[in-house]
Design a binder for this molecule. Structure first.
Ligand SMILES: Cc1cc2nc3c(=O)[nH]c(=O)nc-3n(C[C@H](O)[C@H](O)[C@H](O)COP(=O)(O)OP(=O)(O)OC[C@H]3O[C@@H](n4cnc5c(N)ncnc54)[C@H](O)[C@@H]3O)c2cc1C
Ligand SMILES: *[C@@H]1O[C@H](CO)[C@@H](O)[C@H](O)[C@H]1NC(C)=O
Ligand SMILES: *[C@@H]1O[C@H](CO)[C@@H](O)[C@H](O)[C@H]1NC(C)=O
Ligand SMILES: *[C@@H]1O[C@H](CO)[C@@H](O)[C@H](O)[C@H]1NC(C)=O
Length: 803
């Protein structure tokens, strides 16, 4: 393992050299990227707000001939009043988010150059200006003035209702009737309406609750809401209503019951009505009954208490985050490494895990203390406890319990991430951490660097940059995350990612924590933070986390050990194979250098011929093949071993013969060439290729005369003995030449000899030896010819001499 780690780190040191340059380039990019959104999104609203951002491209489609009434704010991002009003406008948008199909909020930044035309076209002269565009506004409409004299969201909401109430024809189709109902209408209601529930809100003439709840439920099916004025005596008497406001459920059978709520206020009515049986968001799938979930054969449903936190979810989140999400990053360095360090450090400090898990988080934490970068591979080795530290493990795989979704694509990991960080903020508070923002900033950077849902990361970053700096106590950190999570819930209510069985609500629900909810004097809902805080502290406290469905510690350790043993075995097998390959090489290596060279020369050709010789090789490698079958990961190593082995296998006779023959032909050609040009040494000096072919010839027929160092025809080292031999041969040949009386050969040779000593490179000993043979042979044949001619001439002379 140490070797592998070392290998990994040394590989990265190579990259660090370019790192400095990368930093500067990425810094330039970062600045560039920061500038871009500031130019495009300099406005006071972002895409995460429930406000439609107007631009020259969409302004017509949003404001003109729309099915919903639209309020549009024309502002300038530099104007102080606009800046002060923007949080009011965004909370208003969040507050009436459910009304969207009937009435929507929009905004346009007139300070942006590109929007100037739009603002001029609508006659905007002062900022902020809010204009009301009724549904199906004409193309020439510039909207009605909507005076904003207050920063009270409730008052603004009421003014919007007034506008809707007085809406001229055509009425926005999605908007339910807002006028008070009468006994006559109620009597015939179920004849004309096919809904399961009719909610009657009894209230005073001035009250807006009835209309607010009506609009709050306009996206829900199977429920209708009507307001009944306290002056509607018939109904008030019939139902015995004494309290205003109050809400009654009227059934098709004609009976009625009072809706039970903690406080008689809009939020409570709306929440309760949205949760009536059979009531669901229109266009969304119906909630699945638990029977269906339990009978799912692929993933049996694990029953759980919806108001509890499960350790199984937290461990699953750690598994997914560390083994899946992080695995997407082969090398973690720079900002990402800082994020990872913060995340792991916070986990090691505050995660309320089992001892085995805590030991693992601790070892991860210390592993990350050193180094400018870490490969995921190296991180993973610590994560999987390759070092086999005792009682250290993170269970593998996910077992969602409280984060189960009714469909595989619902909830799970993101639910786990939220839960994990809520738990961590609470644990940090309990542990009296020193930095109030420690956990939140770790979450922020983790989400920024690694969270797979990039849109989520962007939205979270917007929230964090807006207000994370305001967190200055450990308690406010707990509350900050709770309130921002609720903001996300508000935005996502009714979104595609919402599990119909686990609807997004402002959490905790009135049933879960009745004391958390209260109302202001004006009847507006108010969170009692003094109640929410202890609720969160207890809900996410380590002492209340349930350990159901957790894998047994001993089982986790056994599994890890088994996995490790398997890996160890595989590693050993790999090493065995490598050793075998080495051993197969060793005896050959110890043999004579000549043979070694010979094999190396043959190797190339062997490889080329391997295919033809397949049958033979397969039989010889049967053993190795078996091993490679059981350990496929060892294949690359195996192949190297095989390659070496095959290279040293005795060449087939056929192959060898063929090759020898070929080389003989080639060599013969070169012999002839050299001989007839009579410039053998020059040719040899200029041709490396020929040297090689000549060498081969020598190799196959190594004789004592040519038993020179055949290593590299160009070697300086090999040159000395050649010259000695050469001198020797030259001496012998000179004698013969003298005998033959061939002058040209003699000069040539002596010339060549001098050449040899001058040009120490470019001549192989083989070349020289061959030249020597050539000269020897030619001198011999000349000698023979001379002797033959002499013999023949002598009798003639004799004859001639005979008188
Ligand atoms: C940082 C972050 C940003 C995200 N941004 C987006 C996004 O922009 N778009 C998107 O589609 N999805 C986003 N998601 C995913 C989304 O928020 C949900 O996590 C996901 O849809 C699963 O929802 P859920 O029903 O399991 O409940 P979750 O919202 O995941 O909540 C999990 C559990 O936490 C508890 N809980 C709920 N509200 C609160 C609260 N206010 N305080 C404390 N506990 C609470 C409940 O028990 C709930 O079951 C984001 C997730 C994260 C972690
Ligand atoms: C307005 O929209 C309706 C449908 O929503 C369409 O029938 C009508 O033609 C549109 N009118 C204009 C002027 O675009
Ligand atoms: C009306 O009565 C039926 C049976 O008597 C009961 O099941 C139903 O819940 C009642 N509805 C209301 C709204 O009280
Ligand atoms: C779920 O947990 C809550 C809070 O601890 C508890 O009051 C409730 O009884 C539990 N419900 C079930 C079904 O166990």
């Amino acid at each position: 393992m140490a070797r592998r780690v070392g290998c990994a780190t040394s590989r990265f040191t190579g990259e660090t050299r370019t790192y400095g340059r990368k930093i500067t380039t990425s810094a330039v990019w970062l600045c560039f990227c920061l500038l871009l959104p500031s130019a495009a999104e300099a406005g006071l609203y972002t895409a995460s707000d429930q406000v439609v951002l107007l631009s020259p491209e969409n302004v017509e489609s949003v404001l003109i001939n729309s099915t919903a009434a639209v309020f549009a704010e024309f502002y300038a991002s530099w104007c102080g009043h606009c800046i002060a009003f923007s949080p009011i406008y965004t909370s208003l948008a969040r507050d009436i988010k459910e009304w969207k199909p009937a009435v929507d909020l929009a905004a346009v930044d007139c300070a942006a150059e590109e929007n100037r035309k739009v603002c001029t076209a609508y006659g905007i002269r002062a900022y902020p200006t809010i204009k009301f565009f009724h549904a199906y506004s004409k193309a020439d409409s510039t909207g009605q003035a909507f005076k904003v004299s207050t920063h009270d969201v409730r008052v603004l909401r009421h003014k919007i209702i007034d506008k809707l109430d007085n809406h001229e024809e055509p009425w926005p189709p999605a908007c339910p009737p807002l006028e008070p109902t009468s006994q006559a209408e109620i009597d015939s209601f179920f004849e004309t309406n096919n809904v399961q529930h009719l909610a009657l809100i009894f209230e005073d003439t001035k009250s807006y609750i009835g209309r607010e709840v009506t609009l709050d439920l306009l996206q829900f099916e199977n429920v209708a809401v009507r307001r009944v004025l306290s002056t509607e005596e018939g109904l008030v008497t019939k139902l015995g209503v004494t309290e205003f406001p109050s809400c009654y459920l009227y059934s098709p059978e004609g009976n009625f019951t009072r809706l039970q709520v903690n406080i008689e206020a809009r939020t409570f009515y709306s929440y309760a009505l949205q949760r009536l049986p059979g009531v669901a968001r229109s266009g969304k799938p119906r909630p699945v009954t638990t029977d269906v979930l339990i009978n799912n054969p692929q993933e049996p449903w694990k029953p759980f208490n919806r108001s509890r936190v499960y350790m199984a979810d937290l461990e699953s989140t750690l598994h997914y985050s560390l083994r899946v999400e992080l695995a997407a990053h082969t090398v973690i360095k720079g900002e990402a490494l800082t994020s990872l360090k913060k995340y792991i450090s916070v986990l090691a400090k505050y995660f309320p895990g089992r001892p085995v898990v805590m030991n693992l988080l601790e070892s991860l934490n210390s592993r990350l203390q050193t180094g400018d970068e870490i490969s995921y591979k190296a991180f993973r080795e610590t994560l999987d406890n390759t070092a086999q530290s005792p009682d250290t493990a993170l269970p593998e795989g996910v077992r969602w319990v409280g984060c189960q979704g009714s469909q595989p694509h619902f909830r799970r990991y993101p639910c786990g991430v939220w839960t994990l960080f809520h738990v961590l903020t609470v644990q940090a508070k309990n542990a009296r951490g020193t930095d109030p923002r420690e956990v939140l900033s770790a979450m922020r950077s983790y989400v920024h660097s690694f969270f797979g849902c990039r849109a989520c990361a962007e939205h979270f970053e917007i929230m964090a940059s807006e207000s994370l700096a305001e967190v200055n106590t450990l308690s406010s950190a707990v509350l900050w995350l709770w309130s921002r999570h609720n903001r996300v819930n508000n935005r996502l209510a009714g979104a595609l990612s919402e599990d119909p069985n686990f609807r997004k609500i402002q959490w905790p629900s009135p049933e879960m924590c009745p004391a958390c909810h209260s109302v202001k004097e004006n009847g507006e809902h108010r969170w009692s933070q003094e109640q929410v805080f202890p609720f969160l502290m207890s809900y996410f406290s380590s002492s209340t986390i349930l350990t159901d469905y957790l894998e047994d510690e001993s089982q986790i350790l056994a599994k890890q050990m088994e996995k490790h043993a398997g890996q160890q075995q595989a590693l050993e097998a790999q090493e065995r194979v490598a050793r075998k390959a080495r051993e197969a090489l060793d005896p050959l290596a110890s043999q004579s250098t000549v043979q070694d060279e010979e094999e190396e020369e043959e190797e190339e050709e062997e490889e080329e011929e391997e295919e033809e010789e397949g049958g033979e090789g397969a039989a010889a490698d049967e053993m190795e093949d078996k091993t490679s079958e059981t350990t496929p990961w060892a294949k690359p190593e195996m192949e190297v071993g095989r390659g070496r082995r095959q290279a040293h296998k005795k060449p087939s006779i056929v192959g060898l013969r063929m090759r020898e023959l070929q080389e003989d032909i080639v060599d013969l050609d070169s012999f002839v060439n050299q001989h007839y040009k009579a410039k053998a040494l020059q040719v040899a000096a200029s041709s490396r290729v020929k040297q090689r072919t000549l060498q081969r010839k020598e190799e196959q027929d190594p004789g004592p005369v040519f038993g020179l160092d055949l290593d590299t025809g160009l070697g300086m080292v090999g040159l000395q003995p050649v010259e000695a031999d050469f001198e020797l041969d030259v001496g012998q040949q000179r004698k013969k030449r003298e005998l033959a009386g061939q002058r040209f050969v003699e000069t040539e040779l002596s010339h060549g000899g001098r050449l040899m000593s001058v040009l120490s490179i470019g001549f192989s000993k083989v070349d020289i030896s061959l030249c020597v043979i050539l000269y020897f042979l030619s001198s011999m044949s000349l000698l023979v010819m001379c002797l033959f001619l002499k013999k023949r001439l002598r009798p003639r002379r004799g004859k001639l001499s005979l008188p």
